[in-house]
Design a protein around this ligand. Structure first.
Ligand SMILES: [Zn+2]
Length: 158
């Protein structure tokens, strides 16, 4: 079975640039470059599962807190107004929750417009997030991740 998310989790070189935080069951990472926006993150289950319908009881218990803290992290580091959370599980049948910064001042980040932005960047019709902005975003995220995610179960050191 080949799964894009499982492959990323095994690729420590790729993860090194993108990983923000992990615990026994979850991994928070930035969207690979080119990213549609700086701060566009993905919250993955570390176990290969399709979505919340497949959760084991302990995953179901942790999910709310993990999604809350990861959303707070995106909001705090991005300075955005809100954070969208979307999971299709279509590109890979492995839960990867998109956490998307929504800026009230930027209509490109509004509701389904953000899907248009995503596709344009994916097709190379628009440039992705600026790499310098991405790097400074990552630095900021890693500085606050341990404190913000503290108290979530089974946090492990990177
Ligand atoms: Zn997988």
């Amino acid at each position: 079975m080949s799964c894009g998310i499982c492959s990323v989790h095994r690729d420590s070189e790729q993860l090194e640039a993108l990983e923000i935080w992990r615990s026994e069951r979850w991994l928070l990472r930035h969207h690979p470059l080119p990213a549609p926006l700086s701060g566009w993150c993905l919250l993955d289950s570390r176990r290969h599962l399709g979505g919340p319908a497949d959760f084991w009881p302990e995953e179901a218990r942790e999910w709310g807190l993990i999604v809350q803290r990861a959303s707070q992290l995106v909001k705090q580091v991005s300075g955005c107004d809100r954070v969208y959370v979307i999971a299709f599980g279509e590109g890979a049948r492995h839960l990867h929750l998109h956490l998307i910064p929504r800026f009230g001042s930027d209509p490109l980040t509004q509701a389904w417009c953000v899907a248009d932005l995503y596709r344009k960047v994916e097709r190379g019709q628009r440039p992705g997030a600026d790499p310098d902005l991405f790097r400074s975003w990552m630095t900021g995220a890693r500085e606050v991740a341990d404190a913000l995610m503290a108290g979530t179960p089974n946090s492990v050191e990177r």
